[in-house]
Write a protein that binds this ligand. Structure first.
Ligand SMILES: [Zn+2]
Ligand SMILES: [Zn+2]
Length: 183
């Protein structure tokens, strides 16, 4: 896990702002792609252009999110809640999901399901199941950004990354550097 709590940098410029807003932008991008996918009728030139623009947008946003997540920007630092330990107790499932992103086999299986689900677009009513599978990405991004925000309180990140117990005490900041970035 990357050390993001060592210092907070001042966010400046368009790309930093894009990176900071990337979880919300990615979720919006995925929602738009689901809407494009479930709309019935043959593809039009406009819908094909929109699909490619969307893919480009999602890739750029994802890269900016990775860059943003390596450090902690001032706005993110300010958004850490005062009752972080309390909130973290409620987000165990999200933390576990975020850590599952570090399991290569699981990631490959998930990507296979994501790609394979495109077949559902060709069968009657399959597009609704496809939409539900695609929507799982929105949850994954939420899990990732919750984990990033509350990482010092994540039980899986405690004890050098192998911990499994909650500690209600405020963690020592900054964290040990050199941890691998998830997702
Ligand atoms: Zn930020
Ligand atoms: Zn963690």
């Amino acid at each position: 896990m990357t050390n993001i709590y060592g210092y907070a940098y001042e966010r400046k410029g368009f790309w930093d702002s894009w990176g900071h807003l990337s979880p919300q932008l990615l979720k919006t991008g995925i929602a738009v792609s689901i809407l494009l996918g479930v709309r019935s009728g043959p593809p039009t030139l406009l819908s094909v252009i929109a699909s490619f623009a969307l893919i480009g947008f999602v890739i750029i946003t994802w890269l900016l999110m990775r860059k943003h997540d390596r450090t902690l920007c001032e706005s993110c630092a300010r958004s850490i809640p005062l009752n972080a330990a309390e909130q973290s107790a409620r987000y165990r499932r999200r933390f576990a999901t975020a850590h599952a992103g570090g399991n290569l086999k699981l990631v490959i299986a998930y990507l296979a399901v994501l790609l394979g689900s495109n077949y559902l677009l060709t069968v009657p009513h399959g597009r609704w199941v496809w939409a539900a599978i695609q929507a799982s990405m929105i949850y994954l991004i939420s899990a990732h950004s919750t984990h990033r925000r509350l990482q010092p309180w994540c039980p899986w990140c405690s004890d050098g990354g192998g911990g499994s117990e909650f500690d209600d005490a405020t963690p020592d900041l900054p964290r040990d550097p050199g941890r691998r970035q998830l997702v």
